[in-house]
Every structure is written in C-alpha cells, then in structure tokens.
Ligand binder design. Structure first.
Ligand code: FE2
Length: 331
C-alpha cells in the first residue's frame, strides 16, 4: 500500500533510521505550517470540551477531581462523533503511514491503537512499563528496534515534555542492564506491585520534549513511563506490520489501515464488543481523595509506608516516586 516516498525520505534520513534502530526513539519535525498546527490544537481542545459536555462514551479516567472532570483520554479519536475535520486534514498532509513504513522497512501498516490523551492541568506520572513483554527471541534479534513488529507514535500540537524512555544499554539484555537477565522479569513484577510509580536515576533514561507539529516514534518494547507536568493533549498511536489474517479498514484521509473499530463511521454504541472502555466519572469519595492527595500527598505517603519493604529491596538506582501525581511532582 505505502512505499518509501520522497516525502518520507526527506523527513527521515538514513542516519535517523540508524539512530532509531540503535536508541529506540526519534523525533521528527513534520514541517507543517505553524498556523495550521495551532488551528488543529484549538480544534482538539474544543473536541475535549465537547467530549465532556456530550458525555462521549469511549474514554478513560485516571485521576478525576472533586470539582473538575479530569478526562484522561478519548478513545476512538477518529470517530465522526468527536473528530474535528482539521485532524483528518492533518493526517492527509502528514502521511504518518508513509513515515512509519519508511522507518520500519514495512510495505504497509495498520493502526491498532489510537488514543487522544486529554489530561487537564494536573501533574501526571504513570508506571514504568513496556507494552510488549521482551522474550529471549526478541532480545536475540540484536536489540534492534527496527526488527519489532510494532512501533508507537506520539503526535504533538503544543509544547510538551516529560515522556521517559530507558536508555537501551540499561534495559533488559543491554550491556549495563538494571535488570538481572536471569530473574525472568521478577524486578519488573516487583516494581509493578508497588502502589507508587518508581523513580529511576535520571542518568538511566532520556526525557523527550516535543514542540508543536512534532512526531515521536518509539520502540514500545523498551521500558518507558508517561509523564507530564501540567495539561496534556497528544495522540498516542500504535502501528503494526500488516498481517494477512487481520480484518482491516481504511479512513479516506489516512495512508494506513486501521482496525475496524477505528473507522470514522464505527457505530459507537457497540463499544463492549471491541474492548474499548467507557469509564464513568469516579465517585465523590475517590475524587475527594484524589484532590486531597494532589495538594497534601497523604495517600502517597500511606502507599509508601505499605510498600516500604519492597521499596528498600529495590536496586540503588530505583526509588519510590513519593510525590508523583501531586502538585509537588518533580520534573
Ligand atoms: Fe506504554
């Protein structure tokens, strides 16, 4: 479907491809007109407002607040119920499929996850994780990010920074790995079992900042953490190499396939069948706890006390991020 076009080559040089393969992420300036980028951003802000006021059902809620509905993400963001025309115009111009295929050396690609993060003006930090488990076979592929069957994209229409990704040398099977290659993923399970995100020593990871009109492509097998100080409005997309057995659809302004539920005309009353969440607002007590903890981190402190044995057993470069998701969150 998509071939390495002159356009893709002009935005992604062979040095950038090499860098991605080696480091696991690259940043691409899409070269778009700044007024156009701003207008898409304005329309996306409007879409967020209307998702809240019209109770758009395909959504995620992480940290809702007492007096402010903190919508975390809009799912099915291409749906005609929510998607502004300018966003589709953006996809037409930016030809993300062509860029993904050029980077990964694929013939064509399918978008299997599409989410618009919409967090309000609150600090946010998720858990360190990877989106696919690394097994030995994958690691033996020379730790090459181009050999993965999936790549993830962040598309930014405003200045945003904070996303963290482990330097490959410190990731599993890297030469200075913080994970014991023989522990079978035990350290990752220990980290996930702690009720707070952990903080890694800052020398171990890259922090990615993006300016308006920027595309970030990263290897989702690498250990990473979503993080931002303040509001967030960016697309989070997953692309995979096309496999024949999948049933695929297309939206007319996009140069990639999508799974059927990501078609703009998908019937949104049928969300359960495709595993898309319809998160309700959190209840009053939970919201009260979130708001209190945001300004006075007593629940973080309680989580810390509860997990202190596990925390003290972690390697020296890993500690609990005691002020994560509060007004005191460090950058
Ligand atoms: Fe992730």
């Amino acid at each position: 479907m998509v071939q390495a076009s002159k356009y893709a080559k002009s935005l992604i040089s062979s040095e950038m491809i090499e860098l991605f393969d080696h480091r696991g992420w690259i940043k691409i300036d899409l070269g778009l007109d700044s007024f156009f980028v701003r207008s898409v951003f304005d329309d996306m802000q409007q879409a967020r407002k209307s998702a809240i006021s019209n109770n758009y059902p395909a959504r995620r809620v992480y940290y809702d607040h007492l007096l402010n509905f903190n919508l975390a993400a809009i799912e099915l963001p291409y749906n005609t119920r929510i998607c502004p025309q300018s966003v589709m115009e953006f996809f037409k111009v930016a030809r993300i499929g062509s860029l993904v295929c050029h980077l990964m050396g694929w013939e064509s690609t399918v978008n299997t996850l599409a989410r618009l993060f919409t967090m309000g003006d609150y600090n946010y930090r998720g858990s360190w994780h990877r989106d696919y488990q690394i097994n030995d076979k994958e690691a033996l592929a020379g730790h090459s990010s181009r050999s993965r069957r999936s790549v993830q994209a962040g598309i930014f229409f405003d200045h945003q920074e904070g996303f963290r990704i482990l330097k490959k040398e410190y990731d599993r099977f890297g030469p200075h790995s913080i994970f014991d290659p023989c522990d079978n993923g035990q350290l990752e399970r220990d980290i996930s079992s702690i009720r707070l995100p952990v903080a890694l020593d800052a020398s171990l990871y890259d922090v990615i900042s993006a300016s308006p009109g920027t595309l970030i492509l990263f290897d989702p097998y690498i250990y990473h953490q979503g993080s931002c100080n303040g509001s967030r409005l960016d697309f989070h997309l997953r692309f995979e190499n096309v496999m024949a057995e999948k049933q695929l659809s297309r939206n007319s302004s996009q140069d990639f396939y999508v799974l059927p539920h990501l078609s703009s005309d998908f019937d949104i009353s049928d969300l359960k069948s495709v595993g898309i969440p319809m998160s309700p607002r959190q209840n009053l007590l939970r919201r009260l706890a979130n708001t209190t903890n945001y300004y006075l981190p007593i629940f973080n402190f309680a989580h810390y006390l509860k997990s202190r044995r596990k925390i003290s057993a972690l390697p020296r470069a890993i500690t609990a991020d005691s002020f994560s998701n509060t007004v005191f969150q460090a950058r």
